[in-house]
Design a protein. Sequence first.
Length: 186
Amino acid sequence: MRFPVKAVGVSAGALMLAGCLVSEFPVLDASSGRAKPLKDGAYIACPVSEEASEDDCQTMTVVFQPDRSYHFISEEEEEPSVLRFRRVGNRGYAVQSKEEHDEFAYYYGAGNSNRMTLTWMMCKDLPENVRTKLLENGDLESDSDDYEACEVKTVRGLTDAARAYHRGQAESDEPITMELTPAPAE
């Protein structure tokens, strides 16, 4: 999604090389991505890493739309980031973000309006048995054996990957995560 890309200092092109789950077409739509875990309002988005500082944070307005998507509006971006959420467990969500050039990236979201963490889901971080099953069933597709890029093909491909994150089965040495918290009232 555009706002975390800036917040965590990773370009969209780097996401493909990093092994994120991506797609050329949206997997979630108004009927399959309709969860509403966040309240409308102002939020602060900050990267979660040892190198991050307050300067890396971004304030944005979150607005739930009639089409059941969220618009994340930042003064730093011309267009809002458009996200959809699908519940995969208690306070756990598969999240789709429309990126530049009409591509889509996928995250695991955990929390609610008080605190939401968004973690880029990485193909190589999925448990081998989950990844193998999703690849064999055509729910994910990868052109390389080291899973430098995995394309999400189905809702099941997205939700099973997010459930692996939700259950703590996905392991990463360096997760790319950001945290959303309500902005203080002015």
